[in-house]
Design a protein. Structure first.
Length: 311
C-alpha cells in the first residue's frame, strides 16, 4: 500500500468535475496527504483560494511545504461536520466554487501500524482519525453491547458472519481485552467458516471497516457535511464525493437524488416557493477508475465519484 500513499484517486475526473475556475475558491474537505489539493492549486491563479481540512494531526504535520508555504492555501485541523463553521469564520458562506470529499481511510494511515487501522500490521487497536479525541477501538470493543456490535458489523461492514464474530469478541474480552490489531484479526479469522478464510480478501476486512466507521462516527460526519454543502456552495458550485464502499456511496447517491427533486406536492406545477426548489442537479453518473488507474493504484478499484452542481 505504501506505493499508493500519495496517489490521488480519480484525479482527472475530480479536476474535470470541479470545473475549476482560475480565481475560484475551493475546499478539500479530506486533505489526507494533499494529493488532490496540490493538483487543484496548480490550476488556480493569484486570486484563487484553497482550504484543506483534516482532523488527522499526521495529515497536518506531513503537509508538503509547497502547499503550506503558498499564500493561496490554508490547512485547517477539523472534522467534516465542522465545515459550515470553518467556512463561516472566513466569511465565505455561499461563496465556495467547489467542495471535494475523498472518504475513508488513507493509505498512509494504513501504513502506520501505530494508528491501528490495518489488520496486516501489528499495532495498538486504536483506529481514531484524530487520536487526541474520542475512544480507541480497543476501549470501544471492551464495553460495546453484543447486540450493538452485531448491528455495527452488519450495517457498517456488511459482514455476513457478524453474529459469530461479535460472539467471539465478547467471549474473548471477558478473559483478555483485545489490545492489538493482529489479536483482533486473528480472532476474526478463527471465528469465520473455513470457506471465508479461503477467499482472496482477508476475513477481517469488513470487521475492521465497521469498527473504524463506528469509532470515528464517519457516517454521521458524512451526512452532516453533505447537508452543510448546500449552504457553503455558491450557485453553480460543484460537489465532488469519492466513496470506497457501498454504504457511503448509497448515502451520497440518496442525498444528491433527494436534493435534485422537486417536492412531491409541487411536481408538475408551473411554480413553487423558491425555498422548496431543488438545491442540486446531479452531474452524470458515478465515475469509476479505468483499468490503467486500477493497475497503477489498487486503492482506486473500489472508488466511486459522484458529482452535483448547486442550483
Amino acid at each position: 500500500m505504501s506505493s499508493n500513499a500519495h496517489v490521488p484517486v480519480l484525479l482527472g475526473p475530480v479536476l474535470e468535475g470541479l470545473e475549476l475556475k482560475q480565481d475560484g475558491c475551493y475546499v478539500d474537505g479530506t486533505f489526507g496527504r494533499g494529493g488532490h489539493s496540490g493538483e487543484i492549486l496548480k490550476k488556480l491563479n493569484a486570486n484563487g483560494r484553497l482550504i484543506g481540512i483534516d482532523r488527522d494531526p499526521d495529515a497536518n504535520a506531513s503537509a508538503p511545504g509547497f502547499l503550506t508555504d503558498d499564500p493561496r492555501f490554508e490547512l485547517v485541523r477539523g472534522e467534516l461536520a465542522e465545515l459550515q463553521n470553518i467556512i463561516a469564520e472566513r466569511n465565505l458562506t455561499g461563496q465556495v466554487d467547489g467542495l471535494l470529499l475523498d472518504l475513508g481511510v488513507s493509505s498512509p494511515q494504513l501504513d502506520e501500524a501505530r494508528r491501528g487501522f490495518s489488520f496486516l500490521r501489528d499495532g495498538p487497536l486504536d483506529m481514531r482519525m484524530d487520536p487526541d479525541t474520542g475512544t480507541p477501538a480497543s476501549d470501544w470493543l471492551l464495553s460495546v453491547d453484543e447486540r450493538e456490535l452485531i448491528h455495527v458489523l452488519r450495517t457498517y461492514g456488511e459482514e455476513t458472519f457478524a453474529k459469530r464474530i461479535a460472539h467471539a469478541i465478547v467471549s474473548t474480552r471477558a478473559e483478555s481485552p483485545l489490545r492489538t490489531t493482529l489479536q483482533l484479526a486473528s480472532l476474526v479469522e478463527a471465528a469465520v467458516p473455513a470457506k471465508a478464510r479461503a477467499q482472496k480478501r482477508h476475513p477481517a476486512t469488513q470487521t475492521f471497516q465497521a469498527i473504524r466507521i463506528a469509532v470515528n462516527n464517519e457516517l454521521d460526519q458524512l451526512q452532516a457535511v453533505l447537508r452543510q454543502s448546500i449552504d457553503v456552495l455558491r450557485k453553480g458550485g460543484r460537489l465532488c464525493v469519492i466513496s470506497f464502499h457501498s454504504l457511503e456511496d448509497r448515502i451520497v447517491k440518496r442525498f444528491i437524488r433527494d436534493e435534485s427533486r422537486e417536492p412531491e406536492q409541487y411536481r408538475g406545477m408551473p411554480s413553487m416557493p423558491d425555498e422548496l426548489r431543488p438545491k442540486l442537479t446531479a452531474v452524470g453518473k458515478a465515475v469509476k477508475a479505468n483499468s490503467d488507474e486500477i493497475n497503477a493504484n489498487r486503492r482506486s478499484r473500489s472508488a466511486r465519484l459522484r458529482i452535483a452542481e448547486r442550483n
